[in-house]
Design a protein around this ligand. Structure first.
Ligand code: GLN
Length: 230
């Protein structure tokens, strides 16, 4: 049994490379803010789970097809998504930014005309890029994985990419070779939440929320965040 939960173990899908939320550390262990929050909630509330790092778009597809029970992947809580999924309470505030190769002369959207810009399939960054592409006359190229998207900018195939600010700023501190040139705080500010399909796996969602509240009041939430973002 699984402590009164409806499933013996839940499949939770996540992204592959989305540091500091989910990534592989130097010893090959899968770590990050999302990974630690989920582990702490499971331990507190007594549910078992299997975390599968599939990539963002694949994680959402797995949720929709029933191959996964939940997603935790720095997933933005948006009104559009709330029609299909139930989200936990927000656990981290984020917004979209655009980054270029460090040293690039591209300083903003006006410099993107006729150029190729990289986005990550199914993300808020991609929605933002799609909103801007016809106005500024750039072409989009899509990637499933943030690190491969950055590579496309570093090699010069794309002149810029759209990414979540906390992820890009962490990556820059780690020396990814990129630089942030625009921030979309107005239209693309969205907090992260843990998601299940609407009306499904409500016991898991409630347990996550209960665990998250406890982590916040005990100070453990802050410890987890500071472990990665001190
Ligand atoms: N926060 C973004 C979204 O939900 C990106 C998530 C991700 O790339 N893992 O669309």
């Amino acid at each position: 049994g699984n402590g009164g939960f409806s499933k013996a173990s839940y499949v939770v899908a996540t992204d592959t490379t989305f540091a500091p939320f989910e990534f592989t550390d130097d010893s090959g262990k899968f770590v990050g803010i999302d990974v630690d929050i989920l582990a702490a909630c499971a331990e507190k509330e007594g549910f078992k789970y299997d975390l599968q790092s599939l990539g963002f778009d694949a994680a959402v597809a797995a949720l929709e097809s029933g191959q996964a029970d939940a997603v935790i992947a720095g997933m933005s809580i948006t009104d559009e998504r709330k029609k299909k999924y139930d989200f936990s309470d927000a656990y981290y505030d984020s917004y979209v930014c655009m980054a270029v190769k460090d040293g690039s002369s591209v300083a903003g959207y006006d410099d993107l005309g006729g150029k190729t810009v990289a986005a990550k399939t199914g993300t808020q960054g991609a929605s933002c890029a799609e909103d801007l592409s016809s106005k500024y006359g750039f072409t989009l190229t899509y990637f499933d994985d943030s690190s491969i998207m950055y590579q496309d900018v570093l090699t010069g195939n794309s002149v810029a990419c759209f990414e979540d600010y906390p992820v890009m700023s962490y990556g820059i501190q780690q020396g990814n070779g990129l630089k942030i040139v625009t921030e979309e705080k107005e239209n693309y500010s969205t907090p992260y939440g843990f998601a299940v399909m609407k009306g499904q796996n409500q016991d898991l969602l409630e347990a996550f929320d209960k665990g998250l509240k406890e982590l916040k009041s005990s100070g453990d939430y802050e410890k987890i965040v500071n472990k990665y973002l001190a």
